[in-house]
Design a protein around this ligand. Structure first.
Ligand SMILES: Nc1ncnc2c1ncn2[C@@H]1O[C@H](COP(=O)(O)OP(=O)(O)OP(=O)(O)O)[C@@H](O)[C@H]1O
Ligand SMILES: [Mg+2]
Length: 457
């Protein structure tokens, strides 16, 4: 018991005995609280949250067994020691069967009693260290398992912000195009949060009609609409103690937005058809692939809800803004796809790798994952070649685009860049042929490509 003075609650109905035990245990290194009689004891168990409980078995009203159960309700790891006379031995034995740490028979020596109390305190300490370690291990396991992949600067910057906001209870808004990994990021935040023992629940707000969405979110009471045959908890209630991921928040109607705003402001939900609000204990993470500020301008999204959600906002880059992560992502997806198959993971031929490096990936990471799965199914050997990639990935675009979304007055630089990327794609990523087609020296091409890479990183 190095340094730490373990706390012990001593319970008896005789004040003389309490005094003796207090002095003895204090001298032996304990922080001692006492309670005279059972009802005082039940209070003290709650208020003191002692590490060890030492109690007499036979007291009027509340007996040793009640004390044991109350202590374990409070914290199942609390060792409870019973002091018993011959007459109540049966009860003491039953208490041990019910999970008491030890019973000591009266009359006992001071030394024996102190030794047992010390053992109980050590046991308690080991248990809590053990629990702590287990939590720590689980936390690490999980964070490794779902670590979002990517080392591009623009992506790592987002992860760092996520690391910082995760342990707070702050509402987070994740913005990013379809398939950029919004849900992956939301789960990552949950795993790194203090709520990681609680549930991670999610709902796609765009997938349900308004009425159903509200009943899913907030719950309903029996009879509040046809089909509501019994009371139902909403997801806000079910996610208690955990995180709630509101996906596609931009798809909600203004009416639902008002209600969501209320939840975030008041921290309580009103089930459909009910007048009784239920407190909400969830961390909200919302995501959207819409430009919410634009939606606000168009009158489709409430600005007050936006400000509530936008307490901390994260914007995921598009895959074509972090092309350097394509090989990493590809490797990890190919490894995952091959899990459970007899042969090892597929690899990409140089041509195929070149092609996926220059393709535009409008569907972002999800599209890359699907394309690789498609290819891994079609390929005859373990190397994925150009011919099994989806044709949209390998076929050159029919016309050079300045950008996916053309800007109104592109600079000459932007046009040059877009044209070079188009030719590169048309040549299947082959840089020598691209340089030839462009009529420039390969070293010039390499230099330009390196500059584009570092611009977007
Ligand atoms: N950084 C990443 N590391 C590993 N896998 C990723 C990463 N980003 C996305 N993925 C994978 O890509 C797919 C799409 O990710 P996710 O569902 O999180 O995207 P999203 O932004 O929610 O897409 P949508 O807008 O279509 O709902 C998932 O299968 C996910 O596992
Ligand atoms: Mg999603």
């Amino acid at each position: 018991m190095s340094g730490h003075r373990p706390s012990i609650l001593v319970i008896d109905d005789e004040s003389g005995i309490l005094d003796t035990l207090r002095i003895l245990l204090k001298k032996s290194g304990f922080e001692v609280a006492t309670a005279q009689g059972g009802s005082a004891a039940l209070e003290a168990i709650k208020s003191e949250a002692p590490e060890v409980v030492l109690t007499d078995v036979r007291m009027p009203q509340v007996g040793g067994l009640d004390i044991l159960h109350a202590a374990h309700d409070q914290d199942p790891e609390t060792p409870v020691i019973l002091m018993t006379a011959q007459a109540s031995l049966q009860t003491a034995i039953q208490a041990v069967n019910d999970g008491a740490f030890y019973y000591i028979q009266k009359p006992f020596s001071n030394d024996d009693l102190v030794a047992i109390c010390k053992r109980a305190a050590e046991y308690r300490q080991l248990r809590s260290e053990n629990k702590h370690l287990k939590n720590e291990i689980r936390r690490r396991d999980r964070s490794v398992a779902i670590m979002p992949i990517g080392k591009a600067r623009c992506f790592v910057d987002v992860l760092k912000l996520a690391d910082q906001v995760a342990p707070t209870d702050s509402t987070v808004l994740i913005q990013g195009d379809s398939g950029t990994g919004k849900e992956v990021l939301a789960r990552y935040i949950h795993q790194l949060s203090q709520r990681n023992d609680g549930p991670f629940l999610s709902i796609n707000c765009g997938a349900l009609p308004e009425g159903l969405l509200e009943s899913e979110l907030f719950g309903h009471v029996k009879g509040s609409f046809t089909g509501a045959v019994r009371d139902k908890d909403g997801l806000f209630a079910a996610a208690r103690g955990g995180s709630f991921f509101l996906d596609e928040i931009g798809e909600t109607t203004p009416a639902t937005q008002v209600k969501l705003l209320r939840v975030l402001q008041e921290r309580e939900v009103l089930p459909v058809g009910s007048t009784e609000a239920i407190p909400v204990d969830v961390r909200v993470i919302a995501a959207t692939n819409r430009d919410l500020e634009e939606e606000i301008r168009r009158g489709q999204f409430r600005s007050d809800l936006f400000y509530r959600l936008n307490v901390f906002s994260l914007r995921l880059p598009k895959l074509n803004e972090r092309r350097e992560d394509i090989p990493l992502l590809a490797e990890s997806f190919l490894n995952r796809i091959s899990e459970g198959r007899d042969h090892g993971p597929c690899t990409l031929s140089q041509d195929a790798l070149d092609a996926i490096m220059v393709y535009d990936w409008p569907g972002n990471v999800r599209e890359l994952e699907n394309a690789l799965e498609h290819s891994a199914i079609l390929t005859r050997d373990r190397e994925i070649k150009l011919d099994v990639l989806p044709s949209r990935v390998t076929e050159p675009k029919s016309q050079p685009l300045v950008d996916e979304r053309p800007v109104s007055n592109p600079t000459l630089d932007a046009i040059e860049r877009a044209y070079i990327m188009w030719v590169l794609q048309a040549q299947g990523g082959n840089k020598t042929r691209t340089a030839e087609a462009l009529g420039i020296d390969p070293s010039t091409l390499y230099r330009k490509l390196a500059r584009y890479d570092s611009d977007s990183a």
